[in-house]
Design a protein around this ligand. Structure first.
Ligand SMILES: NC(=O)c1ccc[n+]([C@@H]2O[C@H](COP(=O)([O-])OP(=O)(O)OC[C@H]3O[C@@H](n4cnc5c(N)ncnc54)[C@H](O)[C@@H]3O)[C@@H](O)[C@H]2O)c1
Length: 339
């Protein structure tokens, strides 16, 4: 039996981590901590678990084996490193951390501790993305020429458990970046996952175009980011992420190959469409992507616990996440040495 501790008891913890631990027969939800003490106390009561007064107290408890770090971005590195140091396996939400140095320190600590460190890159676990990766590798659309990947929605101010225009996602000291940290990380990582290729150059433009805080001022983090990536095998592509899409959420990716085009999450019914150069097409009805309003099982917790149990490498392991973060930071800084 694995005894799980939840650090940060907000929306992602309540909609994904906690329910996905709760349905497992080999996991006991054993402890909760949140700087909002009422929130953690309520959950601890609901699950008959311990309510801790600090994350250090939880990490000092030998009863806890695995932890989920679901706090605001700026605290990921500090808590994850402390948890690994304390001998816990760690599932940390994305973005891995807010600076490249922090990400590298997390990876170092994971190596030193011999414990698992995984990052909540749930896009890798979606059936449609897994099938797209398989079809791409099998040559279904031939050699990749270029791609475009998008993740845009109306922003996190209605999503967060502390919803409103003063949400922490808009606070640079807590979030570091806006849409780029929130959404760009997912799609950068997804492109590396789908193609199995490495990003060798990155140029990003971040801007605040529309989103305003409670005083009507533009938020201090980006609500829009566009990035151009080059891959080692020569393909190029764009990533657009944003918090000022007031229509339907867009979480689509299109891969353009020599033999055809693969469209992922472009159609509500058919999550994967292949249009061949010879005019034929194939449609796959595989799954629906998780949206802010439409949540389904992410599979992240199963991957976390199953990997620990089976002692196998994870598809959402920190080593992969670090490479994706390196591309993101370098794109922002405009200098990139490549993975
Ligand atoms: N994988 C995904 O698709 C996905 C989706 C949403 C959020 N996230 C990530 O999950 C993390 C949490 O986001 P959320 O949407 O749940 O936010 P949220 O605002 O709903 O909840 C955050 C919670 O963490 C608590 N908290 C913040 N800093 C803390 C600290 N230092 N110590 C203890 N508690 C702290 C807050 O009190 C709050 O209860 C963020 O890093 C976010 O980027 C990932």
């Amino acid at each position: 039996m694995y005894r799980a501790g939840i650090i940060g008891c907000g929306k992602i913890a309540q909609l994904r981590h906690i329910p996905e631990y709760a349905v497992r027969t080999d996991v006991q939800l054993a402890g909760f901590y949140d700087k909002n003490t009422v929130r953690a106390k309520e959950l601890a009561e609901r699950y008959g678990a311990q309510n801790y007064s600090s994350y250090e107290e939880m990490l000092n408890d030998p009863e806890i084996d695995v932890v989920s770090v679901c706090t605001a971005n700026h605290s990921h590195a500090e808590i994850a490193i402390a948890a690994l140091h304390a001998g816990k396996h760690v599932l940390c939400e994305k973005p891995m951390a807010v600076t490249l140095k922090e990400c590298e320190r997390m990876e170092e600590e994971a190596q030193k501790s011999g414990k698992y460190l995984m990052i909540g890159h749930n896009q890798r676990l979606l059936r449609t993305h897994q099938e797209a990766k398989r079809l791409l590798a099998s040559g279904e659309i031939g050699k990749l020429i270029f791609f475009q990947t998008n993740f845009t929605h109306a922003g996190p101010e209605t999503w967060s458990i502390d919803a409103g225009k003063n949400v922490w996602f808009f606070d640079k000291s807590k979030a570091a970046f806006g849409a780029m940290a929130d959404l760009g990380i997912h799609k950068t990582d997804l492109i590396r996952y789908l193609t199995g290729d490495e990003i060798v150059s990155a140029h990003a433009v971040l801007a605040t175009l529309d989103k305003k805080d409670s005083e009507g001022m533009k938020i201090p983090v980006d609500d829009y980011a566009a990035c151009i990536y080059r891959l080692k095998n020569g393909a190029a592509g764009t990533m657009t992420v944003g918090w000022s899409n007031y229509g339907q959420e867009d979480n689509s990716t299109i891969l353009y190959g020599e033999k055809g085009v693969m469209k992922i999450y472009c159609d509500r019914k058919y999550s994967l469409l292949i249009e061949k150069r010879d005019g034929s097409s194939v449609r796959y009805e595989l799954d629906q992507i998780q949206t802010n309003d439409g949540q389904s099982k992410s599979g992240v917790i199963d991957e976390f616990i199953d990997c620990i149990r089976e002692k196998r490498e994870s598809v959402i392991g920190s080593k992969e996440a670090l490479k994706s973060m390196r591309a993101v930071f370098s794109g922002i800084e405009g200098t990139y040495a490549g993975n």
